[in-house]
Design a protein around this ligand. Structure first.
Ligand code: GUN
Ligand code: ZN
Length: 430
């Protein structure tokens, strides 16, 4: 039996959803800890109790640092790593000007592997232990993503991005090849170690109705797989979808009619939603993924976090790199706070942390394995210094409770706050 490792520090975990139950759904222990055995969390509690109960465990004492579940980025485009922070365009122009030319390069397996390495280095160094990523239309890009995630023992979600129209030559598949390639990649990678394949139509403007239907048919063959796409990000895009699909009742209906609405569906952005769309997302159990740095950077709009969480929609949080402007889920939480403020609702730090961990895990249907500190969960962790810069330290020094101590790091922190990152209990930082 593995005598295990005992990590000591401040800890936060959850007994429920703070959006529904309030901040008391989050539990803080200023001198807490957890035990890792065989890559899993085997016990969580006070440092004193754990020292007594696990006398043979190796002790790693993080002092006042905060131990949290590793962050979960529920919507990202790893192939856009090198074009993050590209200036001056809104969605469709941004795709055509920056994104599509870059994604074209991923027909090269070596380039794909190089960017995948860089992407996971960056994500992990910012405390993110699970991502759900779009790849490109090239199977090579999917193989590179999963090979790199597997090498690092990561729980990672990814899929081949399918597009058969409104994309340049060299960046389009077709109805049959999208289905065949996706199926082959799914059978190759889904369930290999901790890897999860997501069926991935990019969005309705770049797929014909026939391609959406083929991917809907594939999803019905593999309902245990997630399906990821984009929904109602910009008003121009919504108007374009109405032109391209005159028969559809709304944007969501283009997916619904093709069998692409259901539990396990991940709908990125979801800003400009009609009442019918909200109702159907709720009934079907689809998850909305909030991408706040992207939504401000590309000028998309203000996600209705308050209204959607009151309805108990399933909501995750994501960077949407490279439409998003940061690899950091701390920066992403800060942007979520700012966007919600612009809609009159200050999000509590417990809600922000929940979104970046348990909330995103729930959206990915992984909430029984990752995203919280509970016995039996995978030991994917981030340890944060709550005084990582002079500006943060002087503010945190005045804090009267954990939320005041943590909020400056949420608002002003970055990778300098990340002290340690564990994947299945092992340090993952290079
Ligand atoms: N909609 C379709 N593709 C994309 C993408 O790559 N990024 C963003 N932000 N929105 C999209
Ligand atoms: Zn996206």
């Amino acid at each position: 039996m593995d005598a295990g490792e005992l990590l000591i520090g401040q800890i936060i975990n959850f007994s429920g959803n703070p959006f529904l139950e309030g901040p008391h759904a989050a539990h803080h222990d200023a001198s807490g800890g957890l035990v890792i055995q065989n890559g899993r969390i085997s016990a969580v509690g006070s440092a004193e109790d754990l020292r007594r109960d696990f006398p043979r465990a190796k002790v790693t004492d993080f002092g006042n640092d905060l131990i949290l579940p590793g962050f979960i980025d529920a919507h990202v485009h790893y192939p856009q790593t090198a074009i993050i922070a590209s200036w001056g365009k809104r969605l469709i122009d941004w795709l055509n000007t920056y994104t599509f030319p870059e994604e074209m390069r991923f027909s090269d397996p070596e380039y794909s592997a190089e960017v995948a390495r860089c992407f996971f280095d960056l994500s992990l160094s910012h405390g993110t232990t699970t991502v759900a990523s779009f790849c490109t239309i090239h199977p090579e890009s999917v193989n590179a993503f999963f090979a790199e995630a597997k090498r690092r023992n990561l729980c990672a979600v990814g899929g081949k991005t399918c597009m058969d129209r409104n994309a340049p030559d060299g960046l389009r598949d077709n109805v049959q090849s999208a289905y065949d390639d996706s199926k082959r990649l799914l059978e190759r990678w889904h369930g290999d170690d901790r890897l999860i394949y997501a069926i991935t139509p990019r969005f309705s403007p770049t797929s014909t109705r026939e391609q959406l239907e083929a991917l809907g048919a594939l999803w019905s063959e593999y309902p245990e797989c997630p399906m990821q796409t984009h929904l109602s990000e910009q008003t121009d895009e919504v108007a374009w979808v109405a032109e391209l699909f005159p028969e559809a009742r709304d944007y969501l209906d283009t997916y619904e009619a093709a069998g692409l609405l259901g539990a396990g569906g991940l709908y990125g952005h979801a800003i400009h939603l009609a009442d019918r769309e909200r109702q159907r997302l709720l009934e079907a159990g689809g998850a909305l993924v909030h991408c706040p740095t992207s939504n401000t950077f590309i000028g998309s709009g203000l996600f209705d976090m308050d209204g959607l969480t009151r309805e108990d929609q399933i909501v995750g949080l994501a960077t949407d790199t490279g439409g998003g402007s940061s690899f950091s889920m701390l920066r992403t939480m800060a942007a979520a706070y700012e966007v919600a403020q612009l809609r009159g609702r200050p999000l509590h730090p417990s809600e922000l942390i929940w979104l970046a961990t348990a909330g995103s895990a729930r959206a990915l249907r992984l909430g029984d394995r990752i995203g919280d500190l509970k016995p039996g969960y995978d030991a994917d962790l981030v340890v944060m210094d709550l005084a990582s810069t002079p500006a943060i330290a002087q503010r945190a020094a005045r804090a009267k409770d954990i939320w005041e101590a943590l909020f400056p790091t949420i608002m002003m922190g970055d990778d300098r706050a990340i002290r340690d990152v564990r994947v299945l209990g092992q340090t993952a930082l290079c």
